[in-house]
Design a protein around this ligand. Structure first.
Ligand code: FMN
Length: 483
């Protein structure tokens, strides 16, 4: 059996029942689900949610189940790749880039996503449980559905996620950031060939396929092969219904929405809740005219916890930063993109751990990391005695090992995330902090320590029972019951 979302859900539920919540009680896709995810986020919890009876934004009961948070934590992504919390980013690179596999094409009759083929009046995006989580969003959004397009000259596939505002039964507006390959394909179609761009928007995919969509490849370079690498088996493809037999789509998806992005047409998109947890401005964007929808019977629909997701996009950037830094500072030991600093997705703060051997290495690492991705805004470099997965320890290093006048670096007028609310256009400034000690043999104060053998011997649970420990309030949280 091919790997798909259903199989992932079944296995994850079997292996981690404690991290799966099934909600039978009706809950509205307009604001209520957003609030639920936010409340869980405040508790620092990101369980996989199966919402069995969602209410559509127009108040009607949904025919279909909603899934959320299937990629909502680093540990779930590690699970999907048979990896570990610490090594998941490196395994992502290894599988996606070094273990690529060519896709296979199957017949329409074997493809689960062709169980139902909807055309003409049967095409109605308003039937689907897309959500509208925050105030000020004008319509429900498609939030976790990679778009497939092809290069107009050499027909190489591309896959990237774009948020899509459902503006009518057969109309979705999409934001195309200029660095993305779907946007490059679109401008080639529109500006060089004066043609519409065929595209398919794919809902309900195995987490590894979603990860493939976020693996930054060269342009143009196949994401379908990356899917095979991450899945550990070739991605199964099937020909589209209305875009031609050479336009292939994933056969094991839940829903495929086929259509064209119209050349020389734009519509107002947004305001939208950006991943930065701010409402981004309305923009003039291209839109898709839908020609056909194919789907499984009772398809599952995924909504993305916008601004509340804790791992996904940042994790995709982590190995990229590591590789860039490693080229110039081989002493790098670990890289961690703080999952919630940019609102989410880890683009706001990047922590780098090095085993420093000479002066200048930390600042070189800062420059390499800041240019590894346009969205990485702040970098902190620490020594290898600092746990970079614990931000308290990183800020301890900043507080005790860095001098602002000597150790802070600011660079100006470089490309930044277009949705960063603190910049006007798409360029701005970035900063780094060298929070490392001087390189040996320069002296520096020694941190407080314990005898190693005693550290190994003494266990907290031997003195305070586990149940009692769990009841002690989190000292870093406001637990005032009124709040
Ligand atoms: C949930 C989610 C939503 C995203 N929304 C958009 C979007 O609306 N527009 C955009 O240009 N990129 C968006 N991205 C980023 C792209 O999907 C990402 O940069 C991807 O790597 C692009 O790959 P490509 O350059 O191969 O097309 C989103 C990413 C995620 C995870």
């Amino acid at each position: 059996m091919a790997k798909d979302l259903r199989q992932f859900l079944k296995e994850y539920e079997r292996d981690h029942p404690e991290d799966v919540i099934t909600i039978e009680r009706p809950i509205s896709l307009k604001h209520e689900i957003g609030i639920l995810v936010d409340l869980l986020d405040r508790e620092r919890k990101f369980p996989l949610l199966r919402i069995k009876n969602p209410i559509l934004c127009n108040g009607e009961p949904s025919e279909y189940e909603v899934i959320m948070n299937e990629i909502g934590s680093r540990s779930k992504l590690a699970y999907a790749m048979n990896s570990t919390w610490e090594t998941v980013s490196h395994d992502w690179r290894r599988l996606a880039i070094e273990n690529k596999q060519k896709p296979v094409v199957i017949d329409r009759s074997e493809a689960p996503v062709k169980e139902e083929v909807l055309k003409g009046d049967d095409v109605d995006m308003q039937r689907y449980p897309a959500y509208q989580p925050y105030l000020m969003l004008p319509h429900p959004y498609v939030s976790l559905a990679p778009m497939i397009t092809y290069h107009p000259e050499i027909h190489v596939d591309n896959m990237g996620i774009h948020r899509g505002e459902i503006q009518g039964k057969d109309k979705i507006a999409f934001l195309f950031s200029p660095d993305n390959h779907n946007s490059m394909n679109f401008y080639k179609h529109e500006q060089e060939h004066n043609k519409n761009m065929k595209c398919a928007v794919v809902e309900g995919l195995h987490p590894n396929v979603l990860m493939a969509s976020q693996t930054k490849m060269g342009y143009p370079e196949s994401h379908f092969e990356t899917c095979g690498g991450l899945l550990g088996e070739p991605l199964r493809l099937v020909a589209s219904e209305t875009l031609g037999d050479d336009f292939m789509v994933p056969a094991d998806a839940e829903i495929v929405i086929e259509g064209e992005i119209l050349a020389m047409k734009r519509t107002a998109e947004g305001p939208y809740s950006e991943y930065t947890r701010h409402i981004g401005a309305q923009r003039w964007c291209p839109y898709m005219k839908i020609s056909c929808i194919t789907q499984r019977k009772n398809p599952l629909w995924s909504n993305y916890a916008i601004g509340r997701n804790h791992a996904f996009q940042g994790l995709a950037r982590e190995f990229k930063v590591y590789d860039m830094v490693k080229q110039v500072v081989p002493q790098v030991t670990k890289v961690y993109l703080l999952p919630h600093a940019g609102g989410c997705d880890g683009l706001g703060f990047c922590f780098i751990q090095i085993k420093k051997t000479a002066e200048g290495q930390a600042k070189t690492a800062i420059h390499a990391a800041l240019t590894a991705n346009y969205g990485i805004k702040h970098v902190i470099v620490v020594d290898d005695d600092v746990d970079i997965y614990d931000e308290r320890m990183v800020f301890w290093a900043v507080g005790t090992r860095a001098q602002p006048d000597k150790d802070w670096v600011i660079i100006k007028d470089v490309m930044c995330s277009i949705v960063d609310p603190s910049i006007e256009y798409h360029w701005g400034s970035k900063a780094g902090i060298d929070a490392t000690r001087p390189a040996p043999p320069e002296p520096f104060l020694i941190p407080t320590m314990f005898p190693e053998e005693d550290m190994k011997r003494i266990k907290l649970h031997d003195f305070i029972p586990k149940e009692q420990l769990e009841k002690i309030p989190d000292a870093f949280r406001n637990i005032d019951p009124e709040k």
